[in-house]
Design a protein around this ligand. Sequence first.
Ligand code: ADP
Ligand code: MG
Length: 679
Amino acid sequence: MIHEPVSQLKGIGKETAENLMKIGIETIHDLIWTFPYRHEDFRLKDLTETPHNERVTIEARVESEPTVLFLGKNKSRLQFTALAGRHLIKVVFFNQNYLRQKISTGGIITVTGKWDRGRQVIVGSSVTFGPKTEQVDFEPVYSLKGNIQQKRFRKYMRQALDTVKEELPETLPNYLRESYQLVNIQEALEGVHFPLNADHAKQARRRFVYEELLQFQLRIQALRKANKENEKGISVRFDLEKLKAFITTLPYELTGAQKRVVNEICKDLLLPQRMNRLLQGDVGSGKTVVAAIGLYAAVTAGYQGALMAPTEILAEQHAENLHMWFDPIGVKIALLSGSTKTKARRELLAQLAAGEIDILIGTHALIQPDVEFKKLGFVITDEQHRFGVEQRRVLREKGENPDVLFMTATPIPRTLAITAFGEMDVSIIDELPAGRKEIETHWLKKEQLNSVLMRMTQELEAGRQAYVIAPLIEESDKLDVQNAVEAYEQLKAYFGTRFEIGLMHGRLHSDEKDAVMRAFSDGEIHVLVSTTVVEVGVNVPNATFMTIYDAERFGLAQLHQLRGRVGRGEHQSYCVLIADPKTDEGKERMMSMTETNDGFRLAEKDLELRGSGDFFGKRQSGLPEFKLADLVHDYRALETARQDAEKMLYDEAFWKDQEYEFLREDLTASGVMQGERID
Ligand code: ADP
Ligand code: MG
């Protein structure tokens, strides 16, 4: 029955069938899988708590006879006052002047409509007479075409469900439904189309969201599994005892998140497939030490490791750290950058080729053709988005299928990471080391700049340093923005000889930039005025104060990256956003910054404000479309589904047991099993 045309249902003639066809409904199956795009909530609400522009149902007493204004052909506006609770409001109906006969002073009505909070008006869409009846609280609304009304559509739906409900097979394995307490398929369809209340609808949605995400994850994971099985890699058999001993020599205990990620990396190293992993960790979450442990693991297995950073100064910082950890245990570290002198470079390359250097750190100088490793087993790139795909590939090819780890401090919401980087495994450090002081963030208007400078002076007098960030380098006619050069001049005038001011921007040569950065790092410069070039991973723990001019011009992710330059030492740090945002969204961004220091939360917020299409800048995301699931709001379900899918695919039962039949079918239908790409 289920695959019969809808015209088999009572009341569906030729015309209706045609109208249904317009929204993609041919069979009864199509009909019951047409989900409402929203639910109308008819529960009574208090207007005091109803936000502006929200739809609401209220009970009210009519306080004035309705008046009707005719606005031209078939157009009219009916209006009366009513008392809803303690609110004396206006109720307006457009083009329903026939209601005039039914509404009279003193009568009780139940109105549903849109609440205009400012003008205290409800623009009504439906009205019933008398107090609200218990009956309907919650009604689905479908996206329909032609002359089919919601009510009639629901009748067809009722009939369809009643006809085929019994023959519907369960499509989710029982054990999954039990462990997540998901309703069965009959219940779920009932709850989607005929919810008794909000919870009923919610439970139905929960089930379908999970099912949808599970199917999606099965496809991605099946693809990844196939890739893994086809691509040869090396098994890095590290020495666990040595690794453990090394970890105990660190000056602190690893956070839970660091331990988890170290385990994920080590597991990948051991596997004979090539590691292709993305490590995300908020600024200051301690990715460097995790990288070091991974590199050391490779060394204990007789391999060499490489760590590539986007700037010299970052490479130097990494080298410094690694020397500190590795010199005492006799692991040989070397640094290769553009400024390595010819003779030293030649020696270094010889040692590298002879396998005398265990770990090579550097900038893209690492990928020059004459850089040859003896036995490269593990490659890590820091701030991976700074390198092109091509550069990463060249580095990888310096070994024979070495394992690869990409690190980034740009928090990409987990949801997007899992989907957009479908082919990579993703590790996340979502916990900061204990005892970190939260950066205090304030949002001020331009006219308050003086008080900001006073506060900055206090910090400087206490021996701390400060950053001032300005969006553009040179004055532009179009944009009334404070620019770095101008800000630099102003601050020089303001501080006179009391403090040393430095200037940094993208037009400087990289050695000039490095020189300025080094002077700041060494404390010779007290205030560093800069454009966003300081964004990447620079560590100056003594800098505790950051002022960002025209902060509304930056996205949340970037503001957060910038802010991460302070709060890296023992002292309390501050970030002041100077902004006069014009839009609500801009205001909300500033508020979000003052409310949280959590990069992932901000990334989620950013995603919410901008939508996933905009998140990556251009429309390259290739994100799938879902019927019910929403990547922003259902990310927990997505993660659960991901884990379940992974387990399933490696379980033999999945490939033969009856209860997986439908999931298997979906997988086959999606083409993944034939090795097609799904994006
Ligand atoms: P990022 O993830 O931004 O690269 P880093 O690796 O530079 O972060 O680490 C930031 C700071 O936190 C460093 O000073 C590092 O020594 C410190 N750190 C890292 N892990 C821990 C930990 N588990 N406990 C305490 N401090 C830590
Ligand atoms: Mg780092």
